[in-house]
Every structure is written in C-alpha cells, then in structure tokens.
Design a protein around this ligand. Structure first.
Ligand SMILES: NC(=O)C1=CN([C@@H]2O[C@H](COP(=O)(O)OP(=O)(O)OC[C@H]3O[C@@H](n4cnc5c(N)ncnc54)[C@H](OP(=O)(O)O)[C@@H]3O)[C@@H](O)[C@H]2O)[C@@H](O)CC1
Ligand SMILES: [K+]
Length: 483
C-alpha cells in the first residue's frame, strides 16, 4: 500500500515557517536555501539558458529571486533583475539579499512596463503573501511575464495565486518550485494549470513537526489502497446490485455508459431504469445488463447502490424517478440532472449520498457562480459537503473529493481529453459499483474518482483529442484489478 502525499494550506505553511525560524534556521538562511534550491532546479530543467531574467517583488518572494540572481551571476550567467516594488522593499531579509546581489556586481533595473529578452524568466514577484487580486501595477508585470517568449520558472507559487486559488491575473509557468511544504492550492483548478511541473524543496528544516495535512494527493499508484483482489469463493450476489436510473428520451447513451462502467468496475448485477424505447439498443450492446419496464418504476428494495442522473433530464419523468429514489435509505450517486434538480428543490439526501458536480453544477448547488466555485475549489467542495451532508466529487482539473470531517483528496490524475460528453456518466457508474461492493461513500468516491481518472490517462495514451468515454471501459476493468 502506498501512502497518499500530504498537502498543506498556505496558513499551515506560514505556521511551519514560523516554527522553523524559531527552532531551526533564521529567515535569511531559509531564503538563501530557497534561492539555492531554485537555482539547482533551473540548472536541471534549463541547463543551457545563458541569459536569465529575474522579476523580483517587494517581499520574501522577491528575496528568493535576489538569492537566485546572485547565484546565477556568480556562475557566469548574464543576469538581469527587474524589480517591481512600487512601495519599496520593506522585508529585511529580502533587502539584505538584494544588497548581496548588488555588491556582487549584479544589475537591478526598475520595472518599466516591458521586460528585456532572456532565455529563462524567473518569477519572484509575488509569493504566499498575496491575499487578494493583484493590484493593477502587479497585474501588468504578470501579463508581461506571460507575454515573454522564454519559459518561466515560478518561485514558491506562480505570482497571482493566493491561499484559495487564482483571484485575477496569474503567471503561467512551465515549472514551479515550492518551498518547505507542498501546497494544496496548486493541485487543483487554474492554479494547477499555472504551476506547470511542480517540485518542492524542503529547505533542510529538521526538528520541526510538520502540521496535519489539509489535503491528500492521490495518483494511480494509490488505487491498491482501496481495491483489493476478490475472495476466490465470492459470488455475484456479494458484488453488489447496482441500479442505474436515467436516459430520458434522446439520452440513452448516458445511462448505457453509466451502467456499462458499473459492470466493468465489478458490480455483480446491473439493472437499468430508462425509457422502454431504449431497451433494445441497450441490451444489444451489453446483454449482461438488465432493463426494467418503465411501468414498474424503480424498485428501491432491490439495489445495494443507485446511480441516478445521467441523461435523466429535468422534466417530470426525471423528477419523479429522483423523488422516488430520495425517499429510500439507500447508497446513491447523484450526477448531472439529478444534481441540478437537487439544487433547484433543495432536497434532503439519503445519508449515504455522493454528489458528483462539475463546477457549473457546483455553482447551482451553492447558489453562486462557476467563477466563484473555481476561485476556491477546496472551499466550495467543503461548503457543498456541509450544506447537503453528502460526499462531494468536484470535477475539473485536480478533482477534489470532500466530506464533512474528512481530509479532502485531490487527484493527480486525469487529462484534458476527458472533457467530453459521457465521462461524468462513467464516473457515476464506477462510484455506484464500488458502493455496491460494500465501500463506504467517501472511500467509494475517492477510489472511484481515482480509478476513473487513471483509466482516462491510460486511454489517452493514444491521444487526448478524440478520447471517448467508452474508451475507458477496458482500462477500468484492468485498473480495477491492481496486482
Ligand atoms: N514560507 C517559507 O517557508 C519561506 C518563504 N520564503 C518566501 O517568502 C515568500 C513570502 O514572503 P512575504 O510574506 O513577504 O510575501 P510575498 O509573497 O513576497 O509578497 C509580499 C509583497 O507582495 C505585495 N503585495 C501584496 N498584496 C498585493 C496585491 N494585492 N497586489 C500587488 N502586490 C501585493 C506587497 O508589496 P507592496 O504592497 O509592498 O508593494 C508585499 O511586499 C514566500 O512565498 C517564499 O517565496 C522563503 O524566502 C523562505 C521560506
Ligand atoms: K512567484
């Protein structure tokens, strides 16, 4: 079993930094080590970059940049520092780092609306001291970094990322080197896209207890934590009966994908509740499935878990099915239209519920905007979990699984090729199948979201563009059986 990697909120990093300064090393020492680690990283990633441009801000992040600049200058590189400090440098260690660079013969130019040519840009403008949208002057410097032709190495965070996400303009880096502890905020949403390749330098701090993690990062290697081989004497009744509810007229494909994914994730029996007109096509494609005549409705006593929502629609047909399911005390996954109906009517959910919203659906659940959700993905996932007393899988780059009282999981898996129709339907089937096999909702959501993203990555080996939801099926089967 591999452990999941701990991630930290910015205020936890701040507290750890304060402890480190009190116990292990003073701020200037940490800054020196940060600059050294960044310089080593630059040499590793861009060994032949001869002309280096370091954009330094007024705080500790700028100080790291000055250390970097001095080391690069001492190694014989051509270094220019562009300083963006309209209110001057008030940070003592940063001011000292600046003086050492200048004393070593380094060249500092003030920010003047444009940046000189270079082979590599180092972004040392803003670090974790940012607490709001960058002011106009800083936003202009960020835009100039983004417009530069050279690759960008960001120090600690891409400038413009704050503790919750990306409030406005932000640097889009090829790589980011974090200091002390890896940050949760950089593993999801727009901040993830801005960070590029991530690495973390621990700055040789010893004898200081790290804080409790604020999130856990999971990649495909974590699947074996949840998915164990089956007992040899098992039978299909033990592997879970899963009902998939959805596929109103014209949306048969959505519920077929959901049901097939449940079967490929090991559900013992899968029953589909959809329009009668869809049955022939459904059973022709997957004869292992069962389809219940519409007139019988959903038998909530039969399944061990239900996936409801794919292609459900928001009309009377879908509403009636959802209403029936929510009366029962059953493990259920609510996806797509089911999420929207729940948001609209404020239904109370069964105790074992998993909601799988994309950011737009999450905004409906919270009565806010998609931008607000993306601005603070961890906070939004937690707020939905609290409000609806459910496990939440907030989809999108760096999918988050959250539940009240649990440390959230964030996925280091998935790819842009998965932004296509039907992928969410597959996810709902996967999670329902795992709940049907006896997993608790939070574990099923974690394992299911990871399995789904890992299957998407495996399927994308043939190319992200043109990836279809159905391409995940063979990969789901393979990955659901880790060695
Ligand atoms: N953590 C660690 O262990 C270690 C941390 N270290 C490093 O220190 C960094 C943290 O340093 P920090 O606290 O000085 O903050 P930081 O990000 O440089 O920004 C401060 C400056 O930002 C500015 N500014 C603020 N808001 C703004 C706005 N809205 N819009 C525009 N500007 C705004 C404000 O400038 P001013 O308003 O004065 O012009 C202020 O002076 C950290 O990320 C890491 O790199 C390493 O050296 C060692 C180990
Ligand atoms: K930065």
């Amino acid at each position: 079993m591999r452990d999941l990697s701990p991630l930290f909120a910015t205020d936890s990093v701040r507290r750890f930094e304060a402890d480190a300064i009190a116990v292990a090393a003073d701020e200037a020492v940490l800054m020196e080590r940060a600059g050294q680690a960044a310089w080593r990283r630059a040499l590793e990633l861009w060994p032949s970059a001869a002309r280096l441009l370091v954009v330094c801000g007024a705080g500790g992040n700028g100080g790291d940049g000055f250390v970097f600049a001095r080391l690069a200058h001492e190694s014989g590189r051509q270094v220019t520092v562009v300083e963006h400090a309209p209110r001057g440098i008030h940070h003592a260690a940063a001011a000292a780092a600046r003086s050492r660079f200048v004393d070593a013969g380094g060249n500092v130019e003030p920010w003047r609306d444009a940046l000189p040519d270079a082979d590599l840009v180092v972004d040392a403008l803003l670090g974790i001291g940012l607490t709001a949208e960058p002011r106009n002057d800083a936003a202009a410097a960020i835009s100039a970094i983004n417009a530069h032709a050279a690759p960008v190495l960001a120090l600690d965070v891409p400038s413009g990322v704050d503790a919750r996400g990306v409030p406005g303009e932000a640097v889009r880096a090829q790589a980011t080197i974090e200091f002390l502890l890896p940050k949760a905020v950089l593993r999801t949403g727009r901040a993830l896209e801005c960070a590029g390749r991530l690495s973390c330098a621990a700055l040789e701090v010893t004898g200081v207890t790290p804080p409790a993690p604020n999130a856990l990062l999971a990649d495909a290697s974590g699947l074996s934590r949840w998915l164990r081989p089956r007992r040899s004497d098992t039978h299909k009744g033990e592997q879970g009966r899963v009902a998939c509810v959805g596929g109103d007229t014209g949306s048969a494909g959505a519920i077929l994908l959901c049901a097939e994914a449940a079967a490929r994730t090991g559900a013992g029996l899968v029953r589909v509740h959809t329009r009668d007109a869809h049955h022939a096509a459904l059973l022709a494609r997957r004869p292992e499935l069962m389809a219940t005549p519409e007139c019988e409705g959903v038998d909530v006593d039969w399944p061990d878990a239900i996936a409801i929502g794919p292609g459900l629609g928001q009309g009377n047909w879908g509403f009636a099915h959802l209403h029936r399911v929510l009366q029962a005390d059953i493990a259920c996954v609510l996806d797509a239209d089911a999420v929207t109906i729940v948001a609209r009517h404020g239904f109370t959910l069964p105790t074992r519920s998993v909601l799988t919203p994309h950011p737009g659906e999450a905004a409906r659940l919270l009565g806010t905007t998609t931008n607000d959700v993306q601005r603070d993905r961890f906070g939004s996932a937690a707020a939905i979990a609290d409000r609806y007393r459910a496990v939440v899988v907030l989809k999108g780059a760096g999918t988050i699984v959250a539940a009240a009282g649990r440390v959230p999981l964030v996925l280091d898996a998935g790819n842009p090729g998965m932004a296509t129709g039907g992928m969410g339907d597959v996810l709902a089937g996967v999670i329902a199948a795992l709940m049907g096999q006896g997993m608790a909702p939070f574990d099923a959501a974690c394992a299911g979201a990871l399995l789904h993203s890992a299957a998407g990555d495996a399927a994308a080996a043939d190319g992200e563009r043109g990836l279809l939801a159905a391409d995940l099926m063979p990969q789901l089967r393979r990955l659901a059986n880790p060695a």
